[in-house]
Write a protein that binds this ligand. Sequence first.
Ligand code: MN3
Length: 200
Amino acid sequence: MTHTLPKLNYKYDSLEPYIDTKTMEIHYTKHHQAYIDKLNAAVQGTKLEKEPVENLLMDLKKIPDNLRIAIQNHGGGHFNHSFFWQILKKDIKPQGDVIKAIEKTFGSLEKFKEQFSQAALGRFGSGWAWLVSNKGKLEITTTLNQDCPISENKYPLLGLDLWEHSYYIKHMWNRTAYIQDFFQVINWKQVEENYKKAKK
Ligand code: MN3
């Protein structure tokens, strides 16, 4: 299997003014593509060549030593970005059982957003902030670099790219403003889908 860029189901300007067109275009066509190219280069000609990226990341201990870091970084980059594009959309109202679960776990959707923001701001350097299902329990967590929750046996429901490449053109140094804008473009319909899948 050659890993390829998944189709983006919206235009680069669809998330304006919260996520700008230029950032979307560069993030998708350059950054994400670079992870895919490096992942393909790493697995080409090895017995892992045909494995879907999820399988590679699920149990990193099983990956041969000489490939592990490349798969963790570039496979993680491919998986995380593919996931990220799906949970972005404008004008989708919070909905479904996932919202009930969020309210039950964090007190309210607003309190969830506060805790998620704190976690995202607290992640020093590059990484991701996540809402995950950990064996059915909702948790806010962060990962370093391109590490992803599935490598820790946690199922991602929602994730936010905290690398500066994802916000520097519009928000520059201001990660707080980027996080606030992210809350305006969460595809809650997809988050609900992820929640349903996590429960199976
Ligand atoms: Mn990124």
